[in-house]
Design a protein around this ligand. Structure first.
Ligand code: COA
Ligand code: AMP
Length: 634
């Protein structure tokens, strides 16, 4: 493999991209096998803001699997499934992966799945989740993976929007202390959704077998074993590879669309440039396939680069202890570990001196990458001192699919500054803007935005929703993509991401919409109005807090109502929302035009100083809220 635009250090590489983006990405495209190479890097006249690699044809599964077998890497481990939840470790080589993916693709094709059809994948952290994704890619079908911690209603919303022809699911997931029966959740979701997929393939796990509905549900492994292997189907580079739903500002999730060509080029390029990994290296992203980090760095990027990827079914603590991450790194010779700061905080809490870490040989581990939320400097410094290796916080989003800012091991890693997400990746022109869309001076806080066009792998649009894409991301600052994050770019080009500018919160690295939770609370018969804000949490970064005003005449016990509300959010959104606190208040602070002052509420709950908003209806309420929230926080 070929010329890539990695030569020189970071500054040279970033300048090369700035000077000639088309030739930068054309060089990166050489790392990918094409059935029809692109005629140009970028077509500005296509799509909403342009499209990458027009006229090209490729297959992502071929690039992630088959080409490595053809290149003689068939016996190399492709996936190491390490599951402290079951006590099992299983390795799938590239040749075995090709065999399984081709057969599963054959089984899906026999059930009518073809290029462009959607397939929902609702799976725990087992190798079959990745196999299912790759089988879709092989057929040119479009997968949409739904995180297991979501409730049936969220799954139903995704089934309704994506209209899948087939669903891949497992009988259960394993969480510490409980078995999550996935199949009944799927059955409920399919009852709730007006769209009825014809086929479901169910991976039966030993811990809990699922009942199969005759005529619709079939045993996954039996179908795979009986199938004729299917070859890779070449698709247009601009064809969709997947849809990943993410929280928007309302209850309706946004279907982030990812294309085949831009995704393959950018992710392949990122493995060497950012993580410093090559074919044969072991890479571990301790995340979940249901999130973008899992899509990009458990499945696609390491496999596109011919690495071995670790797929871990467990938690950073409690499975069985806070040494698990270090055990996995030592046992499998992990070169680069990628996880969320919340996982490191959980480990730090249980093993502050690193006594468990000292039991393992981490000589092969070269760096730790963090993302999903801003890493608080004390945590970054703690883990850096403990490991004695570079710790890189890097900033990205479901929408981009890879890092907007980072430290670059393949470009001579510059000094990382705790609290900053590093410098802009080649491909991204990041600016902090004022309300009028003008760049603010370096070192001042503004809305973080990326100058259009976005680089390859970023969303070309939202699924079936070009207008929502424009409204959500492009209209606030014409000529820019609005990230929804606020922060600054300093004199040396480091980007500091401080907070969201919308009502998205980040709970244990999981992105959630407080608007969606408010919709659930507002649906309770006793609730007149409500607000949900994300408040600081020493482990999860943020957790949601619900405040409700009851309808006049409601006499039910407030604690009962609060319990109802907690149960409702769990039922409608899922346990992952970690919605554990709801309180009844007599009124909520509002502007004179009736808008609830959520940012002020959050500051009061976090004990921060706040300015009394000039537009507030009744300033006296703030003192009242302070008293109530302080009492709750105690
Ligand atoms: N399927 C079903 N339920 C799930 C689930 C899944 N895949 N993942 C989480 N849940 C449930 C949990 O069981 C828990 O339920 P509970 O309220 O009954 O206890 C709830 O969702 C919250 O889970 P989680 O966020 O994992 O919190 P936790 O308290 O169990 O663990 C941490 C705390 C910090 C250890 C954990 O959040 C963690 O490992 N975070 C890292 C997150 C991450 O990798 N993010 C990806 C971004 S890179
Ligand atoms: P998600 O789409 O789930 O990956 O969440 C993306 C959001 O998480 C971003 O918009 C940020 O708000 C936050 N985020 C992710 N990584 C970082 C980081 N390294 N620093 C600060 N915020 C981050």
């Amino acid at each position: 493999m070929t010329a890539t635009p990695q030569a020189g250090g970071y500054d040279a590489s970033y300048a090369a991209w700035q000077h000639n983006p088309a030739s930068y990405w054309a060089a990166a495209a050489q790392g990918i096998d094409w059935t029809v190479p692109p005629t140009a890097s970028f077509a500005a006249d296509q799509g909403v803001y342009g499209r990458w690699f027009p006229g090209s044809e490729l297959n992502t599964c071929h690039n992630a699997v088959d080409r490595h077998v053809l290149a003689g890497r068939g016996d190399q481990a492709a996936i190491i499934w390490d599951s402290p939840m079951t006590g099992r470790v299983e390795t799938t080589t590239y040749a075995q992966l090709q065999h399984r993916v081709a057969h599963l693709a054959g089984a899906m094709a026999a059930r009518g799945v073809a290029r462009g059809d959607r397939v929902i994948i609702y799976m725990p952290m087992v190798a079959e989740a990745a196999i299912g994704m790759l089988a879709c890619a092989r057929l040119g079908a479009v997968h949409s993976v739904v995180f297991g911690g979501f409730a049936a209603a969220e799954l139903a919303a995704r089934i309704t929007d994506a209209e899948p022809k087939l669903i891949l699911c497992a009988s259960c997931g394993l969480e510490p202390g409980r078995t999550v029966a996935y199949k009944p959740l799927l059955d409920t979701a399919m009852d709730l959704s007006p769209h009825k997929p014809a086929s479901v393939l169910v991976l039966q796990r030993e811990a809990l077998l699922a009942a199969l509905k005759p005529g619709r549900d079939e045993d996954w492994l039996a179908a795979e074993a009986a199938a004729t292997p299917h070859p890779c189907v070449p698709v247009a580079g601009t064809d969709p590879l997947y849809i990943l739903y993410t929280s928007g500002t309302t209850g309706k999730p946004k279907g982030v669309l990812r294309d085949n060509a831009g995704h393959a080029v950018a992710l392949h390029n990122s493995m060497r440039m950012i993580y410093g990994c090559e074919a044969g290296d072991v890479f571990w992203a301790a995340s979940d396939v249901g999130w973008v980090v899992g899509h990009s760095y458990i499945v696609y990027a390491p496999l596109l680069a011919g690495c071995t990827t670790v797929l871990f079914e467990g938690k950073p603590v409690g499975t069985p202890d806070a040494g698990t991450f270090w055990r996995v790194c030592a046992q499998h010779g992990v070169k680069v570990l990628f996880t969320a700061p919340t996982a490191i905080r959980a480990i730090k809490k249980e093993d502050p001196e690193g006594a468990l870490l000292a039991q393992y040989d981490l000589s092969k581990l070269e760096a730790l990458f963090l993302a999903g939320e801003r890493c608080d400097p004390p945590t970054q410094v703690w883990v850096h001192e403990l490991l004695g290796k570079p710790v890189v916080d890097h900033w990205w989003q479901t929408e981009t699919g890879w890092a907007i800012t980072a430290g670059f091991r393949g470009l001579g890693l510059f000094e990382m500054r705790p609290g900053s997400g590093g410098k802009a990746s080649p491909g991204y022109d990041v600016q902090a803007l004022d309300e009028a869309g003008q760049p603010v001076p370096r070192g001042q806080i503004g809305s973080l935005a990326v100058k259009l066009p976005l680089p390859p792998s970023c969303l070309p649009t939202l699924y079936k929703a070009d207008d929502r894409f424009r409204e959500s991301y492009l209209e606030t600052f014409p000529g820019y993509y609005n990230t929804g994050d606020a922060g600054m770019v300093d004199e040396q080009g480091y980007v500091w991401v401080m907070s969201r500018t919308d009502d998205i919160i980040n709970v244990a690295g999981h992105r959630l919409s407080t608007g969606a939770m408010e919709e659930v609370l507002a649906g309770h018969p006793d609730v007149a109005e409500c607000a949900v804000v994300g408040i600081k949490d020493s482990l999860k970064g943020q957790v949601p807090l619900g405040m409700v005003v009851l309808k006049a005449g409601v006499t039910r016990d407030e604690a009962d109502i609060a319990r109802d509300l907690v149960r409702l959010v769990r039922e409608k959104i899922g346990p992952v929302a970690a919605f554990k606190d709801a309180m009844v208040v007599s009124r909520l602070p509002k502007t004179r035009s009736g808008k609830i002052l959520r940012a002020t509420l959050r500051k009061i709950a976090d004990g921060e100083t706040y300015a009394v908003p000039p537009t507030i209806d009744d300033p006296a309420i703030l003192g009242e809220m302070e008293g109530t929230l302080k009492a709750l926080m105690r």
